[in-house]
Design a protein around this ligand. Sequence first.
Ligand code: ATP
Length: 236
Amino acid sequence: MLEVRNLEVVYDDVMLVLRGVSLRVPPGSIVALLGANGAGKTTLLRALSGLLDVHDGEITKGGVTLEGEPIHRLRPAQIVRRGVSQVMEGRRILAELTVEENLKVGGHTAGTSHLDRVYGLFPLLRERRKSVSGYLSGGEQQMLAVGRALMAGPKYLLLDEPSLGLAPSLVGQVRDLIVEINRQGTTVLLVEQNATMALSIASHGYVMETGKIVMDKPARELLADEDIKEFYLGAV
Ligand code: ATP
C-alpha cells in the first residue's frame, strides 16, 4: 500500500498548497486523482516521488508510507529503488538522445531487464529505438516517458496527465495501455483532467480542490455523481 497521511506542503516557506491530504493506493489497483488546474495534484505526486525539494516545496506535516515504511524523507532515486516511479507531466524526455538511450536512462537502477516488457507494450518504440527522441510526435514522446518510468520495474506507477494534449483517438490507446500495465501487475495512481477516461478504468477516485481532498469514493459512484458530471465530465 502506498499511503499519504494528513500531508501538508508549503512552497517557498509561505504558500500552503496541500492542506491535510490523505489518500490510499492499494496494491494492484488503479486510483484516479482528479481536480482543476492548481488544485495541488502535481504537488502531491512530487511529494510521493521525492521531488518537492527541487521545486522549493517542503512537507510541514504528515507523511507518505510505502508498505508501512515512511518514504517522504528519501531522495528521488531511493524512492524509485523502493518501487515508485513517476511519469512527469510534459514528458521531460531527453530530446537529443535516441529512444533506446532514453529508456536506458530510466532503467539505471534495474539495468535493461525491463526493456522487452516496454517494447512489448509499445512496439512502436522498438521500431523507433534508434531515432532521436526529439523527432517523435507528442503521443510517441508520451509513450516513451511511460516506457522510461517502467524501465525501473516499479510496483507503483504515478502518471501525471498522460492524456494531456493528445488527440481523442490517442486517449483511448493511452487508457488501454494503462489497463494493460496494471494487468501486468503494476499499481497505478492516475492524475487526470480527463475524468471520464480516468474513472472508466479506476476502482477508486479522489477529487482535490484547493489543496484538499473533497471527494473520496469508488470510481463508479464518482461517475454517477451530479457535481462531478457538471464540473469535470462535461468539460472533456
Ligand atoms: P495543474 O493541473 O495545473 O498542474 P495541479 O492540481 O497539479 O495543477 P499544482 O501544480 O500542484 O496543481 O499547483 C498547486 C499550487 O501550487 C498552484 O497554486 C501553483 O501555482 C503552486 N505551485 C506549484 N509549484 C510551485 C512552486 N514550485 N513554487 C511555488 N508555487 C508552486
